[in-house]
Design a protein around this ligand. Structure first.
Ligand code: SF4
Length: 413
């Protein structure tokens, strides 16, 4: 038994071309002298993907069509001696075509093996974007009417240094080996016919003939390009968050959850983010979630802010300690939550009717004092002044230092 396979019996239908792809992949890896633990196999949804359990390599099972995006992330975080291989079907390649083209355009160092059996096998034999003209499927019994995508050509046009198409018969391990040796993006399309659906619907077709008749030209196309390989330092710097300097302190023990509800276009989300930043400047942990309609410029805008002395592992707010409402849109959006409050404080703009609630209600003229555009900022400053949970000076400093700082007149606040 090969060192790459922990189970030699593959899980496919008898006669399925996937068997040969696995055997040829193993042969190519062995020819390269690779070790199973230097290989990451990323599979997609489809019959090909159930092979994960057979491989002794690292394996990752992706969502339908997304395996190339997943593999690109893996490849960019690994040193070049590791091999990242994607197994994907023609259906997955159709769904995730943009991921394939982007990985080719960036020349990410991975090898994509497309199991093109001309249809979606696992889901019942429907046609994909790689189904050739005239091929009969359960949905096109008279023959598929459209031309197929030419994947090797598409990835070459996108900049891939290696693309190949092989008829999936016999030994094609050399092509896979070449692809695996490429430092950069390589794609090998393997032509097959699904014996369960394709052969039944097209009993007279032979794979070799199909390749000729449909313009599925076998070949290898190469062109040198340096692989896109960000250094570890670059990757780390992309993920790094700038540290917030701690200059203030907070008396908060435990956790406080606050809802800020207002109107779109009135700076609600930014005000909430600045509160979170001020809280971090005072040594607290903070989370902020925004909620607003898809048409972001009209209707309500609500933010949920959690402040805590300890790290926050749950940022939901089933029962807020405070709700701050600055407009009629915000009140309409939060009315039910406010009605259910049995404690805590509701800060309400003076222009609004008093809603039904068990919370203590405090009324202030946020809009009149700061204008609609800055009502959310002013309301949070009011809350901080009344509770002291975060020093108001920290919040004012966060506002001043932010991109909106020079547009907000804080004098008199
Ligand atoms: S259904 Fe088709 S693609 Fe799936 S294992 Fe069987 S022959 Fe292969």
């Amino acid at each position: 038994m090969s060192g790459f396979l922990v189970k030699p019996e593959l899980p496919y239908c008898k006669g399925c071309g996937h068997h040969l792809i696995v055997r040829n992949t193993v042969k190519a890896l062995e020819a390269l002298g690779a070790s199973p633990l230097d290989v990451v196999l990323v599979t997609d949804i489809g019959c090909h993907g159930i092979v994960d359990g057979n491989f002794a390599t690292h394996t990752v099972h992706g969502l339908h069509g997304r395996s190339v995006a997943l593999a690109a992330g893996i490849a960019m975080g690994l040193p070049p001696e590791k091999k990242v291989i994607v197994y994907i079907g023609d259906g997955g390649a159709t769904i995730g075509l943009q991921h394939i083209l982007e990985a080719a355009r960036m020349n990410v160092d991975l090898t994509v093996v497309v199991h093109n059996n001309m249809l979606y096998g696992m889901t019942g034999g429907q046609p994909s974007g790689l189904t050739p003209t005239g091929f009969r499927t359960v949905l096109t019994p008279q023959g598929y009417p459209l031309p197929h995508h030419d994947l090797p050509r598409l990835v070459r046009d996108a900049g891939a240094p290696y693309a190949a198409r092989v008829v999936g018969l016999g030994d094609f391990s050399d092509v896979l080996r070449q692809a695996l040796e490429v430092e950069g993006f390589a794609l090998v399309e393997v032509l097959e016919i699904c014996v369960s659906y394709g052969v039944k619907m097209n009993p007279d077709l032979r794979l070799k003939e199909l390749a000729q008749e449909t313009g599925y030209e076998p070949g290898v196309w190469t062109g040198a390009r340096p692989a896109f390989r960000p250094s570890r330092r670059e990757t780390a710097s992309l993920l790094e968050m700038p540290a917030v300097p701690r200059q203030y302190s907070s008396p908060l023990e435990g956790r406080m959850a606050l809802i800020l509800a207002g109107s779109a276009g009135e700076g609600v989300q930014q005000a909430a983010e600045l509160l979170a930043q001020a809280a971090m400047m005072a040594g607290l942990h903070a989370t902020k979630k925004g909620s607003y309609p898809v048409t972001v410029g009209v209707g309500f805008s609500t933010a949920e802010i959690v402040l805590s002395r300890d790290p926050i592992f749950y940022h939901g707010v089933p029962q807020p300690d405070a709700v701050v409402v600055t407009s009629a849109d915000g009140l309409a959006n939060q009315r039910e939550r406010i009605r259910r409050m049995t404690g805590g404080v509701l800060w309400l703009d003076a222009s609004l009717p008093r809603p039904e609630t068990g919370a203590e209600v405090r009324v202030a003229d946020f809009r009149g004092r700061a204008g609609a555009r800055n009502a959310a900022l002013y309301a949070l400053l009011t809350v901080l002044r009344e509770t002291g949970v975060v020093p108001p000076e920290a919040f004012l400093e966060a506002v001043r230092e932010s991109p909106i700082g020079k547009h907000v007149d804080l004098s008199g606040w």
